[in-house]
Design a protein around this ligand. Structure first.
Ligand code: PRP
Length: 207
């Protein structure tokens, strides 16, 4: 049985659709309920819904053999897992954003609010800019509006959260998409199953 951690939410549903089309369906998942684990004994797969930022923890520790995690999470937490495939979904950008009238003249320490402290620190270390990181857990866009920070480092997908709060992208840091990841031991001991499912998923990314 292959244990698969899916990120709960819109992206997870899209990704489950890819597994389904790849021949690893588990019809019970489509029934709306609050169950977290679904199994198809015939296909030898067991899916579970996990908070998106927790998928790599399940996979790293072997509670899941494979899973789907955003590149943002992989860069931020650097879990000890194999990255098997770019699934080409959940495309967005990590970006620096701020108020339209904010300009960084570089004269004082830049206050940066973010959930992604490692990505933000690495980015500004590369540019040699001194920053003060303010770690938040959500609604990051509020920080520059209320003067808590000068800018934010966050995910921008459609850009509507920024637009609706009168903020704008200042710099794009890197592109993000969902990745298929595997536990290192599972990859060794269940290599045939994992390679088979990876190839089937690779076909789905060609659509
Ligand atoms: C993410 C991100 C932005 C928003 C960007 O938030 O932090 O707020 O999506 O998407 P958009 O460009 O399409 O508007 P999420 O919904 O994950 O919630 P959060 O506030 O907990 O970060």
């Amino acid at each position: 049985m292959l244990n698969i951690a899916l990120p709960k939410g819109r992206l997870g549903e899209k990704v489950y659709g890819m597994f389904e089309n790849a021949g690893y369906e588990c019809p019970e998942i489509r029934e709306s309920n609050r169950k977290l684990i679904f199994e198809n004994a015939q296909k030898q797969v067991r899916y579970f819904w996990v908070k998106p930022s927790d998928v790599s923890i399940y996979v790293e520790r072997g509670a899941a053999d494979i899973g789907v995690a955003g590149k943002d999470i992989l860069l931020e937490y650097a879990p000890d897992v194999y990255e098997l495939l770019d699934l080409n979904v959940g495309r967005c950008h990590m970006a620096v954003a701020g108020k339209k009238d904010f300009y960084d003249d570089g004269h004082r320490v830049l206050k940066v609010a973010t959930k992604f402290t490692n990505i933000a620190s690495d980015y500004y270390a590369r540019t040699g800019r001194d920053i003060d990181i303010i770690t938040l857990n959500g609604s990051i866009e509020l920080a520059p509006i209320l003067g808590l920070s000068d800018v934010i480092v966050d995910i921008v997908e459609t850009g509507s959260t920024l637009r609706e709060n009168d903020l704008e992208v200042k710099e794009k840091i890197l592109p993000i998409s969902a990745r298929l990841i595997a536990n290192k031991a599972s990859f060794k001991f269940k290599s045939a199953e994992i390679e088979k499912i990876t190839e089937a998923m690779r076909e789905m990314t060609r659509d």
